[in-house]
Unconditional design. Structure first.
Length: 95
């Protein structure tokens, strides 16, 4: 199963820690991906993720296009968005 997590925040706090913990737990059994904001300068998110998690960094320019392109490319079974901004950019469709 492929699980895609999307978090577009620009810092590292509670929601980001929860996302990292969840990805690390899920990656024991499943293939996990993360889309994160390129403007997030926090190195903590990289240091705490397992090595087998594929990370995509996107910038604010063409954000909707990039997110949906990545979704189309990897064809995840589950898309898990974190915080309000992330969920707004997902187009409703069948993956």
């Amino acid at each position: 199963m492929k699980i895609l997590h999307i978090i577009l925040s620009e810092g590292f706090a509670g929601s980001e820690k929860y996302t990292v913990d969840l990805i690390n737990f899920q990656s024991e059994k499943y293939t996990c991906y993360l889309i994160k904001n390129k403007n997030n300068k926090s190195k903590d998110i990289y240091a705490k993720l397992t090595k087998n998690t594929k990370i995509f960094e996107i910038n604010n320019f063409l954000k909707i296009f990039l997110i949906n392109f990545i979704i189309h490319k990897i064809k995840p079974d589950i898309v898990h968005t974190h915080l309000g901004k992330s969920g707004q950019f997902i187009l409703k469709r069948n993956f």
